[in-house]
Design a protein around this ligand. Structure first.
Ligand SMILES: [Zn+2]
Length: 259
């Protein structure tokens, strides 16, 4: 009798746990869904969930306009130490994201940040001299304290980019993660060491819009062909957050010799 009661109690607990988990997962899908158009467009992100409040309330939000009148500083630099990695593509419903194996990092103004993933936006999220580019690449890094550093690279229509070709060859309209282990790529193909860049304190450009992000946007763009840009836009015609308030933030343009 006693053991029957215990079993009954365990079953009740298990059922309760499962229903709690499914409510949480359900909530994730319904109330946390966000997008770029319609009811869940960027102006609504802050209202979709308590966790996304910073999207509406934050004072250090990204992206912003970048202008050449920003303070110029000479003593910063970015050095990337990116290793080749097997191609892992995540079509996550908001962008095409390439996950990176541990061991690749960037030294940004002398501080080490590990490369986690990179992904794409169209059009660009930041603007330079009032102009947006066709696309923007974001290389997302994190340090041991959990702080995030993103290297942004504008992409302009021009010559085809061979690394983009490799990735796009495996693009799928279906959401989810796709591992193409035999295909090796290297994000170092996207970045010139010691190039000039804009440096400022900002946020994630997607919910939860956390403001622990050091932004480094390269001044010189990459090129990709019109066809490559169009191919991405077939999946994601517009996935750029609008420009946010500048709020008198310090934006440094770090000029280096090689660009
Ligand atoms: Zn991004």
């Amino acid at each position: 009798m006693k053991s029957t009661k215990v079993i009954h109690w365990i079953l009740v607990c298990l059922l309760f746990s499962f229903s709690t988990i499914s409510v949480v997962l359900g909530a994730e899908k319904t109330t946390h869904s966000w997008g770029y158009e319609g009811d869940n467009n960027p102006s609504q992100w802050g209202r979709l969930s308590a966790e996304y409040e910073t999207c509406a309330m934050g004072l250090f939000q990204s992206p912003i306009h970048l202008t050449p009148s920003n303070l110029i500083r000479q003593d910063g630099k970015i050095e990337t130490h990116y290793q080749p990695t097997p191609l892992v593509i995540n079509n996550n419903g908001h962008t095409i994201q390439i996950n990176y194996e541990p061991g690749s990092y960037a030294m940004i103004n002398g501080k080490k940040y590990e490369l986690k993933q990179f992904h794409f936006h169209t059009p660009s999220e930041h603007s330079l001299n009032g102009k947006k580019s066709d696309m923007e690449l974001h290389l997302v890094h994190q340090n041991e304290k959990g702080n995030i550093a993103v290297i942004g690279v504008f992409i302009e229509a021009g010559k085809a980019n061979s690394t983009v070709t490799t990735i796009w060859n495996h693009l799928s309209e279906t959401e989810g993660i796709q591992e193409v282990k035999e295909q090796i790529i290297n994000a170092s193909d996207f970045i010139a060491n010691n190039a000039s860049y804009f440096h400022y304190q900002g946020s994630l450009t997607t919910p939860p819009c956390s403001e622990n992000v050091i932004w480094n946007v390269m001044r010189e763009p990459l090129e990709a062909s019109r066809q490559q840009i169009d191919q991405f836009m077939k999946l994601y015609p517009m996935n750029a957050r609008p420009i946010q308030e500048h709020n008198n933030r310090l934006v440094e343009l770090i000029i280096n010799q090689s660009s």
